[in-house]
Design a protein around this ligand. Sequence first.
Ligand code: THU
Length: 139
Amino acid sequence: MDKEQIGQLIRSAIEQLQFSYTPYSGFKVGAALLSEDGKIYTGCNIENAAYTPTNCAERTAFFKAVSEGVRKFKAICVVGGKDGRLTEYAAPCGVCRQVMMEFCDPDTFQIILATGTEQYESFTLKELLPLGFGPANLE
Ligand code: THU
């Protein structure tokens, strides 16, 4: 991915923060998922009064894409922070890493953590989920 593509993904993730529904934690997360065919699927976290139905931003983006028949992905950008302040990286939770494991190649899928368009770091899924359990284990 070139710098312009990464910048676009970061801007899309930041744009999502305005839709983040967080009356309980105030922790706003935005995600932008790039499919192999070049489309961006966005997501925000959506909280719930019963707490456990809460959906993370990353999974919102994945479920939007998969529900439209898209299953091949290159990268996801995640941004977030308390009250939407991007002071540090918001790394995906374990459940979201596991959802990524279902649809992404751990060696090549890139997880871009950003606090701004010029401040980011990229990790492979394998780096964030070593020895992950995925569909290949059931073959
Ligand atoms: N959250 C995400 O959206 N993504 C993550 O990977 C970590 C946590 C959300 C869920 C909840 O709305 C808030 O952050 C605090 O946990």
